[in-house]
Design a binder for this molecule. Sequence first.
Ligand code: SAM
Ligand code: SF4
Length: 331
Amino acid sequence: MTRLIDSFGRVHRDLRISLTDKCSLRCTYCMPAEGVPWIPKQSVLTPEEIERIVRVAANLGVRTVRLTGGEPLISPSLIENVRRIASIRGPDGPLEIAMTTNGIRLPEFIPGLEEAGLSRLNISIDTLDPDRFAQLTRRDRLIDVLAGIEAARRSSLRPLKLNAVIMRGVNEDEVADLVEFAMEHEAEMRFIEHMPLDIGHTWDRGEMVSREEILESLSSRFSLEPLPGRGGSPAEEFSIDSGPHKVGVIASVTAPFCANCDRLRLTADGHLRNCLFAREELDLGSAVKGGASDEAIADILRATVSNKRSGHGIDNPGFVQPDRGMNAIGG
Ligand code: SAM
Ligand code: SF4
């Protein structure tokens, strides 16, 4: 088997697939309030096309597929996608299928997702305060997200992780409360540093809450011990009060983990990206829609990996934010 290895020796095993760029929320760090340039419907990959791409990727060593968006729960073909991907056997057996979601309408989807073969969930929740939630996401739907997390707690989908982007003057005072909340829901809380990926270009490095500040804030309530065995994971994990609970910090800006990155991204319109911050994409979707052979699909996957840079370069003077927002890249 030829694997997906880049020029820095990084082996790629994780494919993140955005099923749609549309969403039920409008988080300020991700999307503007209105005027989003949506991907045209005819360009969106069908479940058959996604299955073909994943089958080829699995033969090249991809082991984990993460479904994301936009909001994957508003994709009409979500369950079919999970079922088709779950039927694929790579050289090491079935793939692990994870999904990142805002949790809205999750209770009605959980039985179908479990039955179709989803392995685990990450649910985003940045605040436990309904007014803040409404401001931050521009929609008054905290109650629906809480119902989604409760349904996930009662499900078989494990490990369950909750994601929060911490922002100064918005939710930085909730870091420890979010960890308590996650522990009550049998979940691991993960804090993500705010990254320059919003369509509205509102990111300001000086305003960003850093990994160090997040850990300091957590230390006022918990005793944290770094856990070994991070591998290619973006999150640095810590045990809480000697365990078994854990918390993770994803410090993409102040402590980048590019040297161990094993991820590739496929946008809803079939563009392959080798980094969240990439400015170049290869149009695999058009190739697949035009009848490309499996070998041609494999060539495009390999070419995307071989062009990967050593790091995201946020700190380089010439850094330019990608044209797509996080909702269209797939977080
Ligand atoms: N809609 C789903 C959700 O919110 O979980 C999936 C897509 S969302 C783009 C995936 C993850 O990216 C979420 O956890 C979200 O908080 C995170 N995210 C979005 N924009 C971000 C940004 N500018 N910086 C850091 N994380 C961001
Ligand atoms: Fe939607 Fe997720 Fe972006 Fe929020 S972060 S607007 S929930 S895609």
